[in-house]
Design a protein around this ligand. Structure first.
Ligand code: TRP
Length: 367
């Protein structure tokens, strides 16, 4: 797998090297112009491209947009929440929000039927995303397969603006299913700028670094396009949450993540089984302290469960000095996840009928 394959395994790789190679700027440079969000303060969102221009337009009272897509492939989990929280942040900043259900992509690259893809979109993604604060009434939500004739016609015609060399340099060798889904993704990213959506405007796409090939080529399409005046899309880059078991967080390994629909009991047992940075013996732990960076429970706290920086810092110090034990850290995480899931699932229960009605009213599935 080339490390530039957005459909391959996520390569954690060396972030600094990739930033250098692909021209991603450190988030610190714009942090004081962004909302005070823990992802930014903690370097979970570590980079951006093109956000200066975005923030300038926003500051001058202009229209801006944010877009993300979800490729239905399994359960929605705490890794997905990282992007949803950023979309919510951009929504709160005043951006128009677009949410793509990438059913064409999962059909083409994961061999998931359209029917199954749509079910996952509704049950796993939409209901949870609404519970996390995405307001569907203020969102342009669509399925790729129902994106409309203009959207899909443009996607097909973007081919004109890309060369074989660019495609190979960017994706390595990608099969036709991946290529056509990639072109649909360029249309997704440019959709907020389509004439029927109000035209040219700064648009941000919050992504993990795996999606950067798509961002780079969309910027090429935007630059070269003859019939529309597009701004090149901006992007922010978030670190991937590692899996609870220490490897990658992957939908194919339920022990590696806490799903937004997990029962409290299952979530706690996953935390109990998680990889920690604690030492093998009590004596050694007390003496040397934990390796906080290699502790997946601490990672869960830092990404999601502890909003207050001072509280997180206190835990980091106690744990890395050996004063706090892994079992005690896990207990903190179990208490917090219980509170989070209880509240989230209550909201999800409220969101469910609204989402079902929204789908019923807005989409007809004849494909
Ligand atoms: N390719 C993305 C993924 O694998 C999904 C996606 C489709 C997307 N269209 C998008 C992401 C537009 C961001 C913007 O998850």
């Amino acid at each position: 797998m080339p490390d530039n394959d957005p459909w391959g395994d996520v390569e954690l790789g060396n972030i600094e090297e990739k930033m250098e190679e692909f021209g991603i700027d450190p988030i610190e440079e714009i942090a004081d112009r962004m909302p005070d969000h823990r992802y930014i303060r903690r370097g979970i969102v570590f980079g951006h491209r093109g956000m200066d221009e975005y923030l300038d337009v926003l500051q001058d009272g202009g229209e801006v947009a944010a877009i993300t897509g979800i490729m239905p492939s399994g359960e929605a989990h705490m890794g997905h929440k990282v992007v949803v929280d950023q979309m919510k942040m951009f929504q709160d900043m005043g951006a128009q929000i677009t949410l793509t259900a990438a059913d064409i992509e999962s059909y083409n690259t994961r061999e998931i039927s359209l029917e199954e893809a749509r079910k996952l979109v509704i049950e796993e993604y939409l209901k949870n995303y609404v519970a996390l604060g995405i307001d569907l009434d203020k969102t342009d939500f669509y399925f790729q397969s129902k994106a409309g004739n203009n959207h899909l016609a443009r996607a097909a015609m973007f081919g004109r603006y890309l060369t074989q060399n660019e495609m190979e340099a960017t994706y390595g060798s990608a099969n036709p299913g991946k290529m056509s889904s990639a072109q649909v993704q360029y249309a997704d990213i440019l959709r907020p700028q389509f004439p029927e959506k109000g035209g040219k405007k700064p648009t941000v796409v919050p992504v993990g670094i795996d999606q950067d090939p798509h961002i780079r080529l969309t910027r090429e399409v935007a630059r070269k396009h003859r019939d529309h005046d597009f701004r090149k899309p901006a992007s922010t880059y978030n670190r991937f949450m590692r899996g609870l078991t220490g490897g990658k967080m992957s939908s194919s390994d339920p022990k590696s993540y806490i799903a937004l629909n997990d029962s409290i009991e299952d979530a706690k047992s996953k935390i109990d089984q998680a990889k920690t940075g604690g030492k093998d013996s009590l004596e050694e732990h007390r003496e040397k302290g934990a390796d906080v960076e290699e502790d997946m429970v601490f990672e869960l706290l830092a990404f999601h469960l502890i909003k207050d920086d001072q509280e997180l810092e206190r835990i980091r110090q106690e744990y890395s000095s050996g004063e706090m034990l892994s079992g005690e850290l896990k207990q903190i995480a179990k208490d917090k996840i219980e509170g989070f899931l209880r509240e989230h699932q209550r909201k999800r229960g409220g969101a469910a009928p609204k989402v079902e009605q929204y789908i019923e009213e807005n989409f007809e599935f004849d494909l």
